[in-house]
Design a protein around this ligand. Structure first.
Ligand code: TYD
Length: 132
């Protein structure tokens, strides 16, 4: 199994819902960066890369999308369609986000600051790096 969907506790009451995520608890690392993807175009995937070091945790806080993870040997596709569901994309896992709903806001928590040199954008290079 490349990864699995994690389900968070919803702290809801008559006023609405709340989800709390803490480092090393619900999120399996210390977070250094948050970004979110929204306003995506129909049929246009994002990601299509791996990271040497960076771990990411993905949550569709609104709407839905799919995430395909690939460890070089097999691929698994996960559906993120609830704000209380998250998915770890570990380092050296190729990830693609796709099939975004119009209202999707995909929140990504990362354990590293943004570093252009941490990206592997070429799939052949990714496979070569796994073998080396
Ligand atoms: P990009 O990596 O192309 O997005 P995707 O994850 O969908 O492949 O990022 C788009 C732009 O945003 C690119 O110019 C890099 C920049 N960026 C940052 O400056 N900081 C970040 O944390 C991220 C994820 C991207």
């Amino acid at each position: 199994m490349i990864s699995k969907l994690e389900k968070f506790k919803i702290l809801g009451d008559h006023r609405g819902q709340l989800i709390a995520l803490e480092a090393q608890r619900e999120i399996p690392f210390e977070m250094k960066r948050v970004f979110y993807i929204y306003g995506t175009q129909e049929g246009v995937p994002r990601g299509n890369h791996a990271h040497y070091k960076t771990k990411q945790f993905l949550i569709a806080v609104s709407g839905s999308c799919k995430v395909t993870l690939d460890n070089g040997m097999k691929k698994e596709t996960f559906v993120l369609d609830q704000p209380n569901i998250g998915l770890l994309q570990d380092a050296m896992i190729w990830g693609t986000m796709h099939d975004f709903s119009d209202d999707c806001v995909l929140l990504v928590l990362a354990d590293q600051y943004y570093d252009h040199d941490d990206y592997i954008r070429d799939y052949t290079q990714f496979i070569n790096e796994l073998a080396s």
